[in-house]
Write a protein that binds this ligand. Structure first.
Ligand code: AMP
Length: 302
């Protein structure tokens, strides 16, 4: 089983109440693919500029990520910069500079059109739609987005949502997209836009699943220290989709494996905020992940 992802491969400048890091590896597709893990067979479609360090591409490749769909174009790599407030949760975007993504037309490498799983990571919805159209018959299509695209490219986003099976949003994005205050009402309204299943991420408060005929609330893993939460949502998606792909789950399956994937996504996401950039994900070991999963399940069902 292969997971094809289109999303940003970027440099991020991040400021937290404790520290600041300039131009470190980030981007929705980077966090997603590293969190999905080396066994997940992740194929990345993206573009980087001529300023992108070969060592950063080599890092992804060394972790089993197939980077054959990452093209290099003349110009600057996507750059995002954000500043966290004192609670390490609220953040302000200081700059989003699309760089080479502005003129990017995704080209899917030969042999990738039959990928079974498709993750349309946070990027311009027109790029998400192009990749969706190019993949023949995926078993499952999952989409993530953010406030920028909801506000500035709403029509294109609504268009691509019609072809999506599962959408991941954070709570403020769900409210922004639907105009509903209640998250349950927002999830219902999102379902009317196309996706049968909806995940609403609530950061350190966990994530909610609205399935075909069930609902689930999964708490976040309680971390002793948070360093940089950037990418936690994309990391959740990586763990979530890797779990579904491992089990061969498609859109016609019942809710049970999706509920299990909520737990795997939560565990994967928990490694991200422990360090800057992708460092926390790189430090994850299978035994640490297993331990956290046991702790999480124990916290949910005493
Ligand atoms: P998260 O913290 O999960 O929302 O993900 C943050 C990551 O998303 C950062 O690494 C950014 O480079 C990337 N990102 C931020 N804004 C955008 C955007 N407008 N389009 C694509 N990727 C973005």
């Amino acid at each position: 089983m292969a997971i094809l992802v289109v999303g940003s491969v970027a440099y991020d400048t991040v400021e937290t109440p404790c520290d600041r890091r300039e131009r470190q590896l980030g981007g929705s597709a980077s966090f997603f693919s590293l969190a999905a893990g080396p066994e997940a067979n992740v194929r990345v479609v993206a573009v980087v500029g001529d300023d992108f360090a070969p060592a950063d591409l080599a890092l992804l490749a060394s972790r089993g990520v197939d980077i054959a769909g990452i093209v290099r174009a003349p110009g600057a790599s996507f750059h995002w910069s954000g500043r966290y407030r004192d609670d390490f949760v609220e953040r302000d975007t200081l700059e989003t500079s699309l760089g080479v993504f502005a003129d990017f037309r995704p080209a899917i490498p030969a042999g990738w059109h039959d990928s079974e799983y498709l993750f349309l990571a946070n990027i311009h919805p027109a790029l998400q739609a192009e990749v969706l159209a190019a993949v023949a018959r995926p078993r499952l299509v999952v989409l993530d987005t953010m406030n920028l695209w909801i506000e500035t490219t709403r029509a294109a986003l609504l268009d691509v949502l019609r072809g999506v099976d599962v959408v991941l949003l954070n709570d403020s994005e769900a409210r922004l997209l639907t105009g509903e205050r209640s998250l349950a009402a927002a999830a219902e309204a999102v379902r009317e836009l196309g996706p049968e299943r909806v995940v609403i991420k609530k950061g350190e408060h966990g994530a909610l699943f609205f399935g075909r005929d069930s609902r689930l609330a999964v708490p976040a893993v309680l971390l002793p220290e948070v360093v940089d939460p950037t990418g936690a949502g994309d990391s959740f998606a990586g763990g979530f989709l890797a779990s579904l792909a491992r089990a061969g789950v498609g859109r016609d399956h019942p809710d049970a494996p999706f509920r299990a994937a909520m737990v795997d996504g939560t565990v994967a996401a928990s490694f991200c905020p422990e360090a800057f950039s992708v460092e926390g994900l790189l430090q994850r070991t299978p035994s640490a992940a297993e331990r956290r999963k046991k702790e999480l399940l124990a916290a949910m069902i005493p």
